[in-house]
Design a protein around this ligand. Structure first.
Ligand SMILES: Cc1cc2nc3c(=O)[nH]c(=O)nc-3n(C[C@H](O)[C@H](O)[C@H](O)COP(=O)(O)O)c2cc1C
Length: 450
């Protein structure tokens, strides 16, 4: 539907210019009218430039048809007057199914995000949505201490895939309880992440995996080193496995282990970006050329432009961490969510570089101290152990003091300006992504128009 709307939006030929009255034929499909219990309202905005809305009109569908012609499929509407604020408030009250804009100067193309608004979207269907039976290809990334049942269920209920972090739970038995709690909050699919960390005393990974499989979980994300054994176990038990990696080399190796989907984490990502420092743009373009199985894009994605770009790069979906940290259902202290909103893409730093276990974290006093110690040279883990303690990081989320310890966040902070519910966020991202994808077609012009 949007596609046809934007066709109309950018076609000057449809615009009849008189000082106060503009008319347009909306080439919308029957969708806008068919389900109408009368009187359903539609709003149409008519603009003369990028920023100025010169006329806004709200009109009931039957009136639009009466006034504008016999065909239900091609209503013609006349404009009134209004401005941007009025348009927004009208839109809110009327819950219109579509907004169309006619630009008298077609070179002043608008940002389509300011002008779309179908209240029902057509789902974005990809290999990921089909494989996982989810409505929208957005994964709420696995986040230590953050991806707890409430947030995971909220992401899944909103149509995405929520992912519990196994290691947030102190032991496999506690993971069972978390899975049961999540299931009590959603009937939709969700996954479990198992992160394999370099550790002298590794956690009971096999135990966590077994507990989740026994609880009926069939979607897993694995991350970290040497995942072969866990992947084998999960595949033997009929599970779908998404493996997260930061190089195409590792992606190919995981594919050989039989994983179903790869999650390609670019250097932009929060957490561990690997040691090769390659951004998502190049990684994903290489993935498109070289991988035979579906992959999702991860790292630095927090808005519809990033999602549309990832889909254009062949990704079957996106994995978003920092964005979902900053939602109503995220369990972290409000101060930290606000800190994310107030911060920019400049506010992260890399610790553990010298230990070859790089992690992108929020740039606070503690992180800067760690970096200073590492830069002095020959730093050993013992030199920074107290500063980087996981317990201190966890307390940041509980007490809301952003300087108390190390906490993870990505450069996607530069794109985050609000703290919405998961439902509001996902539905906004879906609509905006759809608008961008629809509008992309308008970039290709026929030779006759040049
Ligand atoms: C607070 C936080 C904790 C994270 N914990 C984990 C983790 O335990 N295991 C893991 O594989 N990735 C973890 N990540 C990385 C995310 O799963 C995801 O790859 C990353 O957030 C993507 O980058 P983005 O934040 O720019 O969206 C974490 C990220 C954040 C923000």
């Amino acid at each position: 539907m949007l596609q046809s709307l934007f066709d109309c939006v950018f076609d000057e030929g449809l615009c009849k210019t008189s000082p106060n009255l503009y008319e347009a034929t909306l080439l919308v499909s029957g969708d806008i009218l068919a389900p109408s219990p009368w009187p359903r309202l539609a709003s149409f905005c008519f603009c003369t430039s990028y920023s100025e809305v010169s006329a806004t009109h709200q009109i009931s569908v039957p009136r639009a048809i009466d006034q504008c012609g016999p065909s239900r499929r091609n209503p013609r509407v006349a404009s009134g007057t209004g401005d941007c604020a009025q348009r927004t408030s009208l839109r809110r009250r009327a819950r219109p199914q579509a907004v169309a804009c006619v630009f008298r100067q077609s070179h002043l193309r608008p940002d389509p995000l300011h002008f779309f608004s179908p209240s029902t979207t057509m789902p974005i269907s990809t290999a990921l949505t089909n494989l996982l039976h989810i409505r929208t290809p957005f994964v709420g990334a696995a986040m230590q201490w953050v991806s707890v049942p409430r947030l995971v269920a909220a992401v899944s209920n909103a149509g995405g895939l929520g992912v519990l972090t196994a290691l947030t739970q102190p032991n496999p038995e506690a993971l069972r309880q978390a899975i049961r709690e999540t299931r009590s909050l959603t009937s939709k699919p969700f996954g479990v992440n198992i992160t394999l960390l370099p550790s002298i005393n590794p956690p009971d990974y096999a135990g966590y995996a077994r507990a989740a499989v026994e609880e009926g979980v069939r979607i897993f994300e694995t991350a970290g080193n040497n995942p072969g054994k866990i992947i084998k176990y999960l595949k033997e038990n009929g599970c779908i496995v998404i493996h997260k990696c930061t190089t195409i080399r590792h992606a190919k190796s995981a594919a050989k282990h039989g994983v179903d989907v790869l999650s390609i984490d670019g250097f932009e990502c929060a957490g561990h970006p690997g040691e090769d420092d390659i951004g998502g743009l190049v990684l994903l373009a290489r993935a498109a050329k070289e991988l035979d199985i579906p992959y999702i894009a991860s790292g630095g994605i927090a808005d519809a432009r990033g999602i549309a770009a990832a889909l254009a790069l062949g990704a079957a979906g996106v994995n978003m961490g920092t964005r979902f940290m900053c939602t109503v259902e995220s369990p972290i202290h409000h101060n930290i969510k606000q800190k994310i909103v107030d911060s920019s893409e400049q506010d992260t730093t890399h610790i553990f570089r010298t230990l070859h276990n790089t992690a992108r974290v929020f740039k606070n006093k503690v992180a800067q101290e760690v970096v200073t110690i590492e830069r002095r040279g020959n730093a050993k883990f013992e030199d920074i152990r107290d500063l980087v303690s996981g317990a201190r990081g966890r307390i940041v989320y509980e007490n809301g003091d952003p300087d108390y310890g190390i906490w993870t966040a990505g450069i996607a902070m530069g794109l985050i300006t609000d703290i919405p519910t998961c439902e509001a966020l996902i539905s906004r991202l879906e609509k905006e992504t759809e608008a961008i994808i629809g509008n992309m077609a308008a970039l290709v012009v026929t030779k006759a128009k040049l």
